[in-house]
Design a protein around this ligand. Structure first.
Ligand code: GLU
Length: 309
């Protein structure tokens, strides 16, 4: 792997990242140093390549929506999971409630807040937070993942908008559990502390069809992984998903903590940490790194002559 390439793209990305801002609507996230930028790539033969701030802990935020969707599909099945959550990109910001209120009876997809809160309400009666935490550690191959109490309390103290979404969901009969319990699990999952390296591990498991290639253990069914990767591709980068799919071309999910999880099918998992965000909530430096890596390493899912694992 071209370690020099990683160093170079991170250096470039750091310059561009100066233009963005951290997610100040959750005060604890606003305090994060926006100059951080790190990338980690894990390949199927167990090698990991890192550059920049790849081992700094930050909160997973919306990337946890991928874990929750996968667990919901495993536990509740396809029909029940998508009974009251759609599979279409919304084209709106992640915390929008406009379509949900005016033109639709259910959230557009599980990668926006309304969809993820609905999924969390399914999960409340299925699985405890502790089990979700343990499973996230396995998926990310990172036993150090834990709840970041500071971020959890900071978000719970500034939860008005998500409460509004949750009450709207309740009024439409979409929540399976109380507003309080659904939001609590949702915010706990968003507050898990990961690194770019943990996200790369998770990406690798998804790239390998749900199997941890190091231990050989199957963690997710094939159909679950296929569903999750497709939703990541179409809806994973907020209302920037279309442009990102054209420019980078790999299923990805971002979070307002600055993380991006990317899956290069049958080849590698990529994790990014760069808390300086654009207006849509995506890491500016992270997107730059992924665009450059995609071009140089032919990562786009429709690129020609791609070597397989
Ligand atoms: N916890 C964040 C929220 O609900 C997650 C948003 C995100 O990362 O997109 O606002």
């Amino acid at each position: 792997m071209e370690e020099m390439l990683l160093e170079h793209v991170v250096e470039e990305g750091k310059k561009i990242a100066a233009l963005g801002k951290t997610a100040t609507y959750i005060p604890e996230l606003g305090r994060m140093n926006k100059d951080y930028l790190g990338v980690c790539i894990c390949t199927g033969d167990g090698q990991c390549f890192k550059s920049g701030d790849a081992d700094v802990r930050f909160t997973i935020q919306s990337i946890s929506k991928v874990v929750s969707l996968a667990v919901a599909l495993e536990r509740c099945g396809f029909e029940r999971t998508f009974d009251r959550v759609g599979m279409e990109p919304s084209g709106d910001s992640f915390d929008s409630l406009i379509k949900l209120d005016l033109t639709s009876d259910y959230p557009s997809n599980p990668m926006i807040n309304s969809g993820a809160i609905a999924i969390a309400s399914h999960l409340v009666s299925e699985v405890s937070f502790e089990r979700m935490l343990k499973f996230t550690r396995k998926l990310c191959m990172d036993e150090e993942i834990k709840l970041d109490e500071k971020v959890y309390h900071s978000e719970m103290g500034h939860i008005s908008r998500n409460k509004a979404i949750a009450y709207l969901l309740e009024s439409k009969g979409i929540l399976e559990n109380s507003v309080e319990d659904s939001l609590n699990l949702y915010v706990q999952m968003c507050s898990l502390s990961v690194t770019a390296a943990s996200l790369a591990g998770f990406g690798l498991v998804l790239a390998c069809d749900g199997v941890n290639p190091i231990t050989g253990e199957r963690l997710l069914h094939s159909w679950v992984v296929q569903t999750v990767k497709t939703i990541m591709l179409t809806c994973g980068m907020y209302d920037g998903s279309g442009k990102f799919a054209v420019e980078v071309g790999v299923p990805s999910k971002s979070g307002v903590g600055g993380g991006i999880l990317s899956v290069v099918d049958k080849r590698m998992g990529i994790g990014i940490f760069g808390p300086s965000l654009d207006r849509k909530g995506n890491s500016i430096g992270g997107q730059h790194v992924l665009q450059k890596l995609s071009a140089k390493l032919k990562l786009h899912m429709f690129a020609d002559n791609v070597p397989e694992l």
